[in-house]
Write a protein that binds this ligand. Structure first.
Ligand code: ZN
Length: 240
């Protein structure tokens, strides 16, 4: 039975519920790559869900910074104000849960889980030249990552890096290493505003990239009503 792979939910309950409805019956466990909170208006609901349902989960940079004392210097102004908002909104039990999340890389059932990259949970792996030097740090044939909010990934060999097309099922071939990003549930930045996720079948050694439309207007209205930066609501409509 496949794993449901989700990342970067970012407190977007509407997108999250659409993903669960779309994936219903297609998986038997949930794997989460971090960034439950930040940007969106429903951090406690998403933390509650993760606590009860995730088979395995690692922290993201927003989980770390929202729950802990880290400074906000590395964040842009919208991320800074959303982090301050999230710190105030988190219930004590939500904060404790986020503080206890393990940092990647975390091995799980033959795959590795990281938030940013295998060497740095804050690193953005966007281009082939970002991915190429990571080959030396990959331990499992298949590593799932998030953080960039872009669905897709890379197939790596010693002298080549190939982009993975999200329109197709990716079959994991033994002679390669794979870095695979399921995309962001709650704040896609790859030009497609639909919520993104992936299904991974360990038996078939195959990844299926999926997208599902959700009520963006409702999620955006909640962000505005919460007093979060308007930019965070507007970008959901663009998927950028
Ligand atoms: Zn994120």
């Amino acid at each position: 039975m496949p794993f449901l792979i989700v990342s970067d939910i970012h407190a977007n309950l509407e997108a999250h519920q659409a993903v669960l409805a779309d994936a219903h019956g297609k998986y038997d466990r949930i794997v989460c790559l971090g960034d439950l909170v930040g940007y969106g208006a429903d951090p406690n609901a998403i933390v509650d869900w993760a606590r009860e349902n995730a088979a395995v989960i690692i922290r993201g940079n927003h989980d770390r910074v929202s729950a802990g004392p880290d400074g906000l210097e590395s964040f842009n102004p919208a991320a800074q104000s959303s982090t301050i908002w999230t710190r105030n909104a988190l219930l004590p039990e939500s904060r404790e849960y986020l503080q206890r999340l393990p940092r990647g890389p975390l091995p799980y059932e033959g795959v590795d889980l990281v938030h940013g990259s295998p060497v740095d949970e804050d690193e953005y792996v966007v281009t082939s030249s970002d991915a190429a030097p990571l080959l030396a740090h990959l331990e499992a044939p298949l590593t799932f990552f998030g953080h960039t909010h872009r669905q897709g990934g890379f197939r790596l060999a010693r002298r080549s890096v190939t982009f993975l097309a999200t329109a197709r099922r990716v079959e994991v071939e033994p002679k390669y290493f794979y870095l695979v990003n399921p995309g962001s549930v709650g704040q896609p930045r790859d030009g497609d505003p639909r919520a993104a996720y992936a299904l991974y079948s360990p038996e078939e050694r195959a990844v299926e990239f999926r997208r599902v439309a959700y009520d963006v207007g409702r999620a955006a209205a909640k962000i505005r009503a919460a007093g979060l930066p308007d930019f965070l609501a507007a970008r959901l409509h663009e998927g950028l």
